[in-house]
Design a protein around this ligand. Sequence first.
Ligand code: FES
Length: 329
Amino acid sequence: MTQTHIISRDQSKLSLLVKQIRFEANGINSYELVHPQGEELPPFSAGAHIDIILPNGIVRQYSLCNSPGERHRYVIAVLRDEKGRGGSKTLHDALRVQDLAQVSAPRNNFALVPEAKKVILLAGGIGVTPLKSMAHALDQAGIPFELHYCARNPGCAAFREELGIAWQHGKLVHHFDHGQPEQGLDIAALLREPEQGTHLYYCGPAGFMKACAEASSHWAAGTVHFEHFKAPAPAADTAALAPGAFMVKIASSGAMLEVPADRSIADVLEQNNIRIETSCQAGLCATCKIRYLEGEVDHRDYILGDDEHGQFLTACVSRATSPVLVLDL
Ligand code: FES
């Protein structure tokens, strides 16, 4: 593949043409991005996301929601979040058909595992985006699935046409609560008796994530998979106990750097001309993952597994509970 529009020295950034913007539901637009010369795009798997570098320089992650079998386009859907950090509003306001959007190559922290006999996909609101891509992939692979899509009302449910097709191997069930949670999907009942070989994937807002986590806490290890699209608010007691300044030591040089209470490890490294790649800045994507050699880490991320926490930290959000962390840099 010839990448004539690479914009980054790391050859992972693309400049893609906004071919189509569609109204999908209240506050939700989808954006179809294609290569300006019609070339194939780097492949992706269901559950993958891309970074978009917005015109004001901020970076946001959005899940790809089209079929991973499609090589000619990436499709994302964005809910305009009036209370958010501003990324979705900027994207809604600034991105137009025929613009060139600066995006990363796809990365996947939420991939389907191949061994499932059956799959339950649980979507809350705009959390449907990675699960829609999974539904396409599962249908093509002949793996039975159910996609439960929870939304406030039909006007808030995106992709009514695309998801309303006759699936070969799965089914879509909408759940509309009309603002009354007790009228919505009974998640606990749905997940009460897991069948052997069934895997669960869920994505949605914080309350939905919590309900799914609680309802699936008895499922077998390795069968439950989820992705936060927004970092949960820290618990009040955690926030109150937030550690203050600590030191990081650079293993290769021995340099000691102070990380103040209001700065991240990534900030301090950047200030000291030690470049590490970052993306979400919220502990969601693992782009800033660094190996550490000594010290006690307060991880605070939503992406690394327990097995990784013993060796790695995320420089954008991790703090120390020991006076010094030694970084393998
Ligand atoms: S930049 Fe995404 S986890 Fe740190």
